[in-house]
Design a protein around this ligand. Structure first.
Ligand SMILES: [Cu+2]
Length: 337
């Protein structure tokens, strides 16, 4: 009986190997598809910063609509946003190093050409990054060769305006062998800057101020599209959790000196690439158009139960909204003391 079982198992393994040789690939052939017209990131009570683990399929297909939508960039401040997938920032794409990434880009804006530029790709810009007219679509694919957290943005001129209006999203490329450290919680934070002014035609909404954009003089600097949202709705973790933050800085013009008040990063991966690692660090600058991965632990007896702010330590920018809170466990509020 035991021998028979062994034989069956051996045959199955041989069959499997034969199949892999026949198809010429060791990767499973299934495709993971997401249509961001259907799958939308929740933005209330705060933009959902949690990020799901990477899907197993080695081919990832994403349909990305480009739209003009009303967004809220600060409490009660409505803004004429230009988006990927209806939100600012757009949805998180997550793939693994070596995956084939297929993009179906659709311009659903009424009257403006848009485009997409994947920093995670090595691809000629004249096809994949070309502007497409309203109603048109564009398909292209690339191999995710390099691990990291990368910026994706609209590259239609003036690029400054298209980014300032909200056209960016993060793509996470997990290392081929996975992350060296196991963590309990993962979040993505996209810093960006906004330049609103009153609309001439509609007093209830703000629009972009081109002069302020050119001066790099933002009214708001934010995480995940809205000033101060995570001071009201903190990221929640448990005592003892190891936490990984994927931070991308979309700009268009303000750097992020990323720091967590009350903790020290165990590891920072500049660019999000595990080929480089810095251990034991307080602050790391994420440049505009760049990303980094930060890992820390909230262990009891040290950085345990309590509140921890995450900020850009360039405080003129933190004061404009680039500050949030990580709630560890269930701390008593300051007011109760
Ligand atoms: Cu655009």
């Amino acid at each position: 009986m035991l021998m028979a079982t062994k034989l069956v198992l051996t045959s199955m393994m041989t069959l499997g190997l034969g199949f892999m040789l026949l198809t010429g690939a060791s990767r499973p052939a299934e495709v993971h598809r997401v249509d961001f017209s259907v799958t939308r990131t929740a933005v209330a009570p705060a933009h959902d910063a949690r990020v799901a683990p990477v899907e197993r399929a080695r081919i990832k297909e994403f349909r990305i609509p480009m739209t003009h939508d009303t967004i809220e960039i600060a409490q009660g401040v409505r803004y004429v946003g230009w988006t990927f997938g209806h939100t600012v920032p757009g949805p998180v794409l997550r793939v693994r190093q070596g995956d084939l990434v297929r993009i179906n880009l659709v311009n659903e804006a009424e009257n403006m050409p848009h485009s997409i530029d994947f920093h995670a790709s090595k691809i000629p810009m004249n096809h994949a990054m070309k502007s497409i007219a309203p109603g048109d679509s564009l398909q292209f694919e690339f191999e995710a060769t390099t691990a990291g957290v990368f910026m994706v943005h609209c590259g239609t001129p003036p690029i400054l305006m298209h980014i300032a209006q909200g056209m960016y999203l993060p793509i996470i490329v997990d290392p081929a062998g996975g992350w060296p450290t196991k963590v309990d919680k993962e979040f993505v934070l996209v810093q960006s800057d906004f330049y609103p002014r009153g609309s001439v035609t509609d007093s209830t909404i703000m629009e972009g101020d081109w002069a302020a954009m050119q001066e790099a003089d933002p009214t708001y600097v934010v995480f995940n599209g809205k000033a101060f949202q995570y001071t009201r709705e903190p990221l929640k973790v448990d005592v003892g959790d190891k936490v990984r933050l994927f931070v991308m800085n979309a700009g268009p013009s303000v750097r992020s000196d990323f720091h967590v008040v009350g903790n020290i990063f165990d590891r920072v991966y500049p660019g999000g690439n595990t080929e480089q690692v810095i251990e034991g660090l307080q602050t790391w600058t994420v440049p505009t158009g760049g990303g980094a991965v930060f890992e820390m632990e909230f262990e009891a007896g040290q950085a345990g139960e309590g509140s921890y702010a995450f900020v850009t330590h360039a405080f003129a920018d933190a004061n404009k909204g680039a500050v949030g809170s990580i709630q560890v466990g269930h701390p008593a509020t300051m007011a109760s003391h």
